[in-house]
Design a protein around this ligand. Structure first.
Ligand SMILES: [Fe+2]
Length: 214
């Protein structure tokens, strides 16, 4: 999919959900949509969004405390909270916070969409996997500090696992071009190569019946 097709509509659309409805989030989403509409490719769109995303990660004030809390009954396990902040009416864009308690880690998972992921609080180790003969193999490890961020451009770097290395909970901000919490994606057992359907959900917003089946 080209960047243009993914974000062809500028401005608000029917069904937009600003779960965190603030001027900061509305301005950010509007700027992201404008960048996507003007870009020729997902990579170009990510590059155009980078300064805006960096500014969001550097802003201490926009994310309320409730979206920085872990969640004991999360779909990710380990108390990991996935808090929806915004999603587009056509589910082509979502913004969410992923809260990972100290020493907790996500399953190895994919996203099935391009976008940007950055660390807002704490530190994480990220393990990036690649598909390998029906299973997955570890390709790269990197340490992330507050303010670090990266582009996901599937199939490159789409499969990973993150673990919090700070003594405090880590909070990462995800801007992805699908409704990541509600689409059916995949979790992987790297040792056995097993791949299973995976839907993480959001802590604060339900996935409707039939959501994410396409
Ligand atoms: Fe992820």
């Amino acid at each position: 999919m080209t960047a243009r097709r993914a974000g062809s509509r500028l401005g608000a659309m029917d069904g937009d959900e600003f779960v965190l409805d603030t001027p900061v989030v509305r301005a950010f989403v509007a700027d992201v949509r404008a960048a996507i509409a003007a870009a020729d490719s997902p990579a170009a769109a990510c590059d155009a969004i980078r300064p805006r995303f960096a500014a969001l990660l550097a802003d201490d004030d926009w994310l309320p405390q409730r979206y920085r809390e872990s969640a004991p009954e999360s779909g990710m396990g380990g108390g990991i909270g996935q808090w929806l902040l915004f999603r587009a009416g056509d589910r082509s864009l979502s913004l969410f916070a992923l809260v990972v308690p100290p020493a907790a880690q996500t399953p190895v998972h994919d996203h099935l969409a391009w976008g940007l992921v950055g660390l807002y609080r704490g530190t994480q180790d990220e393990e990036i996997y690649g598909e390998d003969g029906g299973g997955v193999a570890l390709r790269e490890r990197r340490a992330l500090r507050t303010g670090d961020f990266y582009a996901l451009l599937p199939p490159r770097d789409d499969i990973h696992r993150v673990r919090t290395t700070s003594s405090d909970t880590s909070v990462s901000i995800h801007l992805l071009t699908n409704d990541t919490g509600c689409v059916w994606r995949h979790a992987f057992e790297p040792e056995s190569g097993e791949r299973r359907p995976f839907r993480s959900g959001y802590v604060n917003v339900p996935c409707g019946e039939g959501d994410g089946d396409g």
